[in-house]
Design a protein around this ligand. Structure first.
Ligand SMILES: CC(C)(COP(=O)(O)OP(=O)(O)OC[C@H]1O[C@@H](n2cnc3c(N)ncnc32)[C@H](O)[C@@H]1OP(=O)(O)O)[C@@H](O)C(=O)NCCC(=O)NCCS
Length: 227
């Protein structure tokens, strides 16, 4: 799946869009969107329990969050499944099966160390690496689409953009018969994910008294009997 399979319900001059069931204009994110989307996600996740635990907590924190999301977007956008609203005020980072499925090897981790340090600082480096390892350990082996990040600018939260992005990709996964997986870092989001068919099947707490993450799985929905 990818941009080529987006329905051609709207072509807005600078990209492919689909008008979702919730009437938000949604399109596949591109490399040129990264600065704006990194800002959107930094703002969205500023109070997130897990990132508040692992990202540095000094005056470099805003920059560290932007760098972290810039890195995640750079790594995920080429797979063609990151979606965003037309105004780039909401973003869903999905990755297809097999991507980020295995933890990085020793060499890769060493090469990543300077960047990880910029996100976490020395004080929280251990926490960051523990989180990464714990998340990899819980990742189901069965092929699935992984929702790594879903975030909406604080000023637009509660207006349906997160549901729009979720529903957009999930309906495509239903057509493809593909399951989905996510780690929910905030219990306030559980009802939203449950409404979209995800179920909690496991949980883990980060070492040293850190927050809990809930592992949520969604089997694809079959065609409705009425359709
Ligand atoms: C969680 C999030 C993506 C939902 O997107 P949204 O556009 O705000 O949500 P929608 O308007 O589509 O749906 C509203 C539902 O989202 C949930 N929700 C979670 N956090 C919310 C928030 N800060 N404001 C409003 N709704 C929120 C509620 O369950 C709400 O359902 P309700 O109306 O029954 O209370 C968005 O609020 C966000 O970016 N939050 C901060 C980052 C985050 O927690 N991301 C997910 C990490 S697992």
């Amino acid at each position: 799946m990818g941009r080529r399979e987006l329905k051609r319900t709207g072509l807005n001059g600078d990209g492919w869009y689909e008008v979702s069931r919730w009437m938000a204009l949604i399109r596949v994110a591109e490399a040129r969107d990264i600065p704006e989307l990194a800002e959107t996600l930094s703002q969205a996740f500023d109070g997130d329990p897990v990132l508040s635990w692992v990202v540095r907590d000094d005056d470099k924190r805003p920059k560290a969050l932007r760098r972290l999301f810039t890195y995640i977007l750079r790594e995920s956008i080429p797979h063609g499944e990151v979606t965003a609203t037309a105004e780039l005020d909401a973003c869903a980072v999905w990755v297809p099966p097999g991507i980020w499925a295995k933890p990085p090897g020793l060499l890769e981790s060493l090469l990543m160390l300077p960047e990880t340090l910029r996100w976490a600082g020395w004080d929280r480096l251990r926490r960051f690496m523990d989180m990464d390892a714990a998340e990899y350990k819980k990742r189901p082996k069965k092929p699935h689409f992984y929702l790594a990040i879903l975030g909406v600018r604080p000023s637009r939260q509660g207006t349906g953009l997160g549901s729009s992005l979720l529903g957009h990709t999930l309906s495509r996964l239903d057509e493809a018969g593909m399951p989905a997986y996510l780690e929910n870092s905030n219990p306030a989001n559980t009802p939203l994910y449950e409404r979209h068919g995800f179920r909690v099947f496991d949980e883990f707490s980060l070492r040293g008294g850190g927050p809990t993450e809930w592992c949520m799985w969604r089997d694809p929905r079959g065609p409705s009997v009425n359709s």
